[in-house]
Ligand binder design. Structure first.
Ligand code: FAD
Length: 307
């Protein structure tokens, strides 16, 4: 029952100030967000790729409030892409972006987010990699899917994320499971009302399997975003049943979570991509990781008390 309370706190400015200022926060944050700058994250990318893993990089940030911040987000990604090109990492590292960081919620935000993300997608394509649009709360998704469709006209490899907890997602999966599409399926990390989303974990898992089956039987490229051992095993089985080869789908997990499983899947010959977030605006991302596993919160609180 802690999860929803933490997710509510993830959108509170007051909690943001308290958590960000606590001296013990940083070491706990570092487990999930291993750097604040491009220079700090590049060695991590090199280390992961040396281990046979692939990477998707997320410059943390969301829900920005000014146009200037939306331009700064675009520029941060462009700087990252420049570094990846310089180091020849364009083949193994792709990018994940949140459109709310590109101005989606501001006035005229749909157009602003599209205008900001397009040069990032263009620059990524120029170095042989691509961008995936993360899924945020359900009110943002029609705009996200429209931007995805628009970008795919020129950059068909642009990916997007769908969330198993939403009732709408089976229909979205059917629409997206077409040739050339790249779709990451996840359970969903936001606090969503019962009118739009399953609330029960078992219901979400069942929906995840139904949706993954649609993706596997379709003609696109499914990206299985989960740390759940049961879903990983089911994913392997569904891929086998659909006659997919090992390079016709991939697994994705978050940096700092079940790292030994990343290596196990890669050693089995699977494509395994590690979602690696970095940057200074880590609060929302960090709080969602706490909400996913109450033990993380207990660890965090214990370190506050024992300091
Ligand atoms: P769970 O049942 O939550 O977890 C299974 C097991 O994994 C747990 O028992 C635990 O051992 C481990 N685990 C899971 N989470 C944690 C954690 N935080 N700390 C420690 N251990 C943990 N959500 C979105 O809404 N939009 C997105 O765009 C999005 N992108 C994602 C990209 C990737 C690559 C991944 C892996 C997740 C993404 N998510 C996104 C988050 C996702 O929706 C889930 O909240 C998250 O993956 C937890 O669900 P799970 O499938 O791992 O299953």
């Amino acid at each position: 029952m802690l999860g929803p309370a933490i997710l509510a706190a993830s959108r509170s400015d007051k909690m943001r100030r308290i958590v960000s200022a606590a001296p013990v926060t940083k070491p706990v944050v570092n487990r999930f967000i291993p750097g604040e700058t491009v220079d700090q994250v590049i060695p991590i990318v090199e280390d992961l790729t040396a281990k046979g893993l692939e990477v998707t990089l997320d410059v943390v940030g969301e829900d920005i409030t000014t146009v200037e911040q939306s331009h700064a987000a675009r520029d941060a990604y462009l700087q990252l892409i420049e570094q990846l090109a310089h180091l020849g990492l364009g083949e193994t590292a792709e990018m994940s972006v949140k459109l709310s960081m590109f101005g989606q919620a501001l006035e005229g935000g749909h157009e602003l987010a599209l205008a900001n993300v397009r040069p990032v997608v263009e620059a990524a394509a120029a170095i042989g990699t691509t961008v995936t649009l993360d899924a945020e709360d359900h009110t943002t998704l029609d705009s996200m899917f429209a931007i995805h469709e628009e970008l795919r006209r020129d950059f068909p490899q642009t990916g997007c994320v769908i969330q198993a907890y939403l009732f709408r997602t089976e229909a979205d999966a059917r629409r997206l499971a077409a040739a050339g599409s790249r779709v990451r399926i996840v359970k969903g990390a936001y606090k969503e009302p019962a009118e739009v989303a399953y609330q029960d974990k078992a219901e979400i898992d069942k929906a995840y399997v139904r949706i993954l089956k649609i993706l596997m039987e379709g003609e696109g490229y499914p990206m299985i975003g989960s740390h759940d051992p049961r879903l990983i095993a089911i994913g392997q089985e569904l891929a086998r049943q659909a006659g997919r080869k090992l390079d016709e789908y991939e697994f994705q997990m978050l940096y700092g979570i079940r790292s030994e499983e990343h290596l196990r899947l890669a050693a089995e010959g699977h494509r395994m991509r590690v979602y690696t977030a970095y940057g200074t605006d880590w609060y929302g991302y960090f709080m969602r990781r706490l909400a996913e596993k109450p033990a993380n919160l207990l660890f965090f609180l214990r370190s506050m008390i024992t300091k």
